[in-house]
Design a protein around this ligand. Structure first.
Ligand code: FAD
Ligand code: NAP
Length: 336
């Protein structure tokens, strides 16, 4: 276990690159080390993975615990699928690459998502028509207040769109230590998002494998999203709003060229990026922050932005979308 550090800068531990201090900080490699860390301080605890879905707006009077629990193993091997158990501190994209090397399908559309495996269930990570819930089997976690261990199956996690019970009732209450995924030996490709099909054609691939789909996703993402190592960001700042038919019809009557997707549950999803762009924010810089030039939903730190400055920018974006469309965007990023 890492030594307890006091007054530790978290600049290197959040992809916005915001320079905020935690009053105490440590790293854990196992569930046992986590239990020890929990008894070492009476401060409130905050679990940290890759810091790629966070906005830190103020110094944290907390013990920040970085989860470094590692390990990938196949715990069940059947004719058509495997169950893989993964330590929460493993890097998500490295897990995806490992699964593809084994020939397992299910994670290819989720390639190049930053962060740790343990954070993946928190917001039920998703991209290109696939979400974690599609391959999720179960997870193990430790309750921070009691040190008790619990197992959650898919139903228990109450997964929703970029949402789970760990963003609601159990928010900041647990540390996920292991995640189990069910991966297919006979993968069915999900090419429902047009950009994937177009990119595969561009790449000259007619009969794609899971590896080809992953490469296509990596190609699209690399061309469109800012690399946090070069330009601080936490991915999509807001969720895409889902509207009921009546609300949507009223907005469409006023803005006939609105972009939208009909969802199987009868709701209508409107890309938040489109709403933000219509308000004139795309590529607009304000001080050290702004909305990324290629994807308006991504708020970036051009260098030296404070968490408060980024939060203020997000607030301005929120109110301009509300004023123009009457839609209240919900933050996807976890704000502290
Ligand atoms: P952190 O930012 O470290 O933590 C996020 C939250 O989870 C915090 O509240 C933290 O306390 C909690 N947490 C972290 N680990 C644990 C644990 N083990 N137990 C309990 N709580 C924990 N997301 C998508 O869904 N789809 C995308 O396509 C996508 N693309 C992105 C692209 C970019 C460039 C960036 C920067 C982000 C993107 N994201 C995307 C957001 C982010 O990658 C995911 O939300 C990811 O799962 C966050 O992982 P993390 O380890 O960095 O979490
Ligand atoms: P995009 O392809 O430009 O599409 C814009 C939005 O429209 C997306 O957010 C997506 O919603 C929706 N969309 C596109 N095609 C769709 C379809 N066929 N059916 C239903 N909805 C559709 O999006 P992008 O910004 O380049 O991102 C591509 C994918 O990566 C998306 O799935 C996005 O969620 C994911 N991503 C997530 C983050 C994050 O931080 N959460 C960051 C970057 C990218 P959905 O978002 O609901 O899929």
């Amino acid at each position: 276990m890492g030594e307890l550090q006091f007054n530790q800068s978290l600049k290197a531990f959040n992809t916005f690159g915001v320079d905020i201090n935690a009053s105490a900080y440590t790293e854990v490699d196992s569930g046992e080390e986590l239990l020890t860390a929990l008894t070492q301080s009476t401060l409130p605890k905050l679990i940290l993975g890759g810091g790629s879905n966070l906005l830190l707006t103020r110094n944290l009077n907390a013990l920040v615990i970085k989860n470094n629990i590692k390990g990938i193993k196949v715990i069940e091997d059947q004719e058509d699928h495997v169950i893989v158990e993964v330590g929460a501190g493993e890097n998500w994209h490295e897990l995806v690459l490992w699964s593809l090397d084994q020939g397992y399908g299910g994670l290819e559309n989720l390639s190049l998502i930053p962060g740790s495996v343990g954070a993946a269930p928190i917001q039920n990570i998703g991209a290109y028509g696939v979400e974690l819930a599609d391959v999720f089997e179960s997870l193990e976690c430790i309750e921070l207040a009691s040190g008790h261990s619990y197992k959650f199956d898919k139903e228990g996690c109450q997964f929703g769109y970029r949402d789970s019970i760990f963003k609601r009732g159990y928010k900041n209450q647990t540390c996920i230590t292991k995640v189990r995924l069910k991966l297919s030996k006979n993968p069915e490709l999900n090419l429902s998002y047009g950009a994937i099909k177009d990119t595969l054609i561009e790449m000259g691939i007619e009969n794609p494998t899971v590896k080809d789909v992953s490469n296509a996703v990596i190609k699209i993402r690399s061309s469109k999203l800012p690399d946090p190592a070069l330009l601080g960001n936490s991915g999509s700042f807001f969720k895409n709003p889902e509207l009921d038919q009546d609300t949507f019809a009223k907005i469409k009557a006023k803005f006939p060229n609105i972009v939208y997707y009909d969802l199987p549950n009868g709701m209508v999803k409107v890309p938040a990026a489109w709403l933000i762009e219509q308000c004139g924010w795309k590529g607009k810089r304000v001080g050290n922050t702004g909305c990324y030039e290629k994807q308006a939903l991504v708020i970036v730190n051009y260098g030296g932005a404070t968490g408060e400055e980024i939060f203020q920018h997000a607030d301005n974006v929120f109110y301009s979308v509300k004023d123009k469309f009457g839609i209240e965007l919900a933050a996807e990023v976890n704000i502290f």
